[in-house]
Design a protein around this ligand. Structure first.
Ligand SMILES: Cc1ncc(COP(=O)(O)O)c(C=O)c1O
Length: 441
C-alpha cells in the first residue's frame, strides 16, 4: 500500500513533490513517448515544478472556488479544449469528406490509444457518448425474460439504477439490490453480499469499480470470478476508474467494462467507452443504443457510426492520456490518493466520525461520515449542506445520504493542496457552530 501519512490540518503547506516534465510535450508527445494523433496540443509548461495550486491555471476554474469534486463531471484541461477546437475546425473544413472518409479510421486510432492505456484489446474497445449510454447499450443487449434477476448493490450510481429499472420494466426482469452497509469492514463485504444474492435466476450483475456515493473501490476481480463461476454476465461500471486507478482490463476480463474519460482524465465531455470481455466479443450481441448504417457489420463498425454527432471529444482522448502522463501518471495518482485519504482521515477524526471503509479501499476520492448534528440523512438536507459549503466558503464537494447517514465525498487532484481540505474542516466547524447557535437561540 502507498505510504500514507497523517496530515495536520493546521499545517497545510506540506512539502511539494518536485517534478520535471519533458519538453517533448510541445511536440505533441507524452512522457510515455506516445505520439498524440491529430492536431498538436497547445503546450502546457514543459516543466511542472509541483502539484498543487500553482497548476490551477491549467484549468478554467472560477478563481474563488475550492474544487474538490473532480469525480462528478470532471474539469477539462484548457489545453484539451484547444485540441478539441482544432478537431472541430478540421471537421468543419470539409464535413462530408471528414464524416464519410477520415472519421472511422480516426475513431479507431483514438480507441486504440485508449485501449492501450486501459490495458485492453483495441479490437474489443469501442467509444460511446458517456457511461450512461454505454451501460444502456449493454443492458439492451441482454435477452432478459420475466423472472430473470439483475443484481445490483446499494452503492450503484442513481442513473444506472434508473436504467436497470427501465430495462426490468420492459422485460419483466426483477432487480435484486443487495445492501452493503457503510462503513464496510473490507472488500469481502461486497463479495459475500453479491455471492448471497446470486440465485439460479440471476442473469446479470452490475457493479461499480469505484462507487460514486461511498467512493469505495470494489474487489472487481473477485466479483468477476464469482459471476463466471455462476455463469452470470457481469458489467463493471468503471466510470471513475480511468485516471484514478491503474487498469488492466485484459486481465480482469469482465463481460463488459464501461467507463468515462471526462472525470479523472480531464477530457472534454462526450467520451466514454465499453471494453468487451473475450466471451462477450465472441457472442457478438452488443449493439449501440443508436442503430445506423453500419448495422450488422460488427461491433467496431457499429459503434463508429451512430448518426451525425460531434466526435471531437472522442478524438481528443489520446491527448488527454498524454496530458495525464505529463502531469505525472502513476506518480500523480499515488500523490492524489495519499493526500486525499490522509486529509479525509484527519477530517473524520476531527469530526469524531469515520471513512466509508478501510483506507486501502480508496484512491483519490474518499467519503466520510458527517455526524448527526449536520442533519437527517435525506437528499434535501444533503443538498442544503452542499449549498451552505458553497455559499459560506466557495467549496464544491458532494454530500449525499447513504445507509442512514450523510456522507461527504471529497476528491483530490493535481491542482489541490492539503489547505483545500483544511478549508473544508474549517467550513464544517463554522456550519456546525452556526447550527448550534441557532438551536440555542
Ligand atoms: C459510478 C457512475 N456511474 C455512471 C455515471 C454516469 O456517467 P455519465 O453521466 O457520464 O453518463 C456516473 C457519473 O457520475 C458515475 O459516477
Amino acid at each position: 500500500m502507498l505510504g500514507r501519512q497523517m496530515i495536520c490540518l493546521r499545517d497545510p503547506d506540506a512539502a511539494h513533490v518536485q517534478l520535471h516534465f519533458s519538453s517533448a510535450i510541445s511536440a505533441g508527445t507524452g512522457m510515455a513517448g506516445r505520439v498524440v494523433s491529430g492536431p498538436a496540443a497547445q503546450p502546457i509548461p514543459a516543466a511542472v515544478t509541483g502539484w498543487g495550486h500553482e497548476l490551477r491555471s491549467l484549468w478554467a476554474f472560477d478563481p474563488e472556488m475550492i474544487f474538490l469534486n473532480q469525480g462528478a463531471f470532471g474539469a477539462t484541461l484548457r489545453e484539451l479544449m484547444v485540441v478539441q477546437t482544432e478537431w472541430r475546425d478540421r471537421m468543419e473544413r470539409q464535413t462530408a469528406r471528414f464524416f464519410m472518409g477520415d472519421l472511422p479510421k480516426l475513431i479507431r486510432e483514438a480507441a486504440t490509444e485508449l485501449a492501450q492505456f486501459l490495458g485492453a484489446d483495441p479490437d474489443r474497445t469501442v467509444m460511446v457518448e458517456n457511461a450512461s449510454s454505454g451501460i444502456m447499450a449493454v443492458l439492451l443487449s441482454q435477452e432478459l425474460t420475466p423472472g430473470d434477476e439483475i443484481v445490483l448493490t446499494s452503492h450503484v450510481y442513481g442513473a444506472v439504477r434508473q436504467a436497470v429499472r427501465h430495462v426490468a420494466a420492459r422485460t419483466g426482469a426483477r432487480i435484486v439490490e443487495v445492501a452493503v452497509p457503510v462503513p464496510v469492514a473490507g472488500p469481502q463485504d461486497f463479495v459475500s453480499a453479491i455471492a448471497a444474492a446470486i440465485t439460479p435466476r440471476a442473469r446479470l450483475i452490475v457493479v461499480d469499480h469505484v462507487a460514486s456515493p461511498s467512493s469505495l473501490i470494489l474487489p472487481v476481480a473477485q466479483i468477476v470470478a464469482l459471476a463466471r463461476q455462476a455463469g452470470v454476465c457481469v458489467v463493471i461500471d468503471g466510470s471513475h476508474a480511468p485516471g484514478l486507478l491503474a487498469l488492466d482490463l485484459n486481465a480482469l476480463d469482465a463481460d463488459y467494462y464501461v467507463g468515462n474519460c471526462h472525470k479523472w482524465l480531464c477530457n472534454p465531455k462526450g467520451a466514454g467507452f465499453i471494453v468487451l470481455g473475450r466471451a462477450a466479443a465472441q457472442a457478438a450481441t452488443l449493439h449501440p443504443v443508436t442503430i445506423s448504417h453500419a448495422y450488422g457489420q460488427g461491433v467496431l463498425a457499429e459503434f463508429g457510426k451512430i448518426g451525425t454527432r460531434d466526435p471531437s471529444a472522442w478524438l481528443t482522448v489520446p491527448s488527454a492520456i498524454a496530458a495525464h502522463e505529463r502531469l505525472g501518471g502513476a506518480a500523480l495518482r499515488a500523490r492524489n490518493a495519499d493526500m486525499t485519504v490522509a486529509a479525509c482521515d484527519a477530517i473524520a477524526t476531527h469530526l469524531g466520525t469515520e471513512l466509508a471503509g478501510p483506507a486501502a479501499m480508496f484512491a483519490a476520492m474518499v467519503s466520510l461520515r458527517l455526524p448527526p448534528e449536520f442533519g437527517a440523512a435525506r437528499p434535501e438536507t444533503a443538498a442544503a449542506l452542499r449549498e451552505a459549503l458553497w455559499q459560506s466558503a466557495r467549496i464544491e464537494a458532494l454530500i449525499l445520504p447513504l445507509h442512514g447517514a450523510l456522507w461527504l465525498r471529497l476528491c483530490g487532484f493535481a491542482y489541490n493542496a492539503e489547505s483545500d481540505f483544511a478549508a473544508v474542516a474549517q467550513a464544517l466547524d463554522a456550519l456546525r457552530d452556526a447550527a448550534a447557535r441557532e438551536a440555542g437561540a
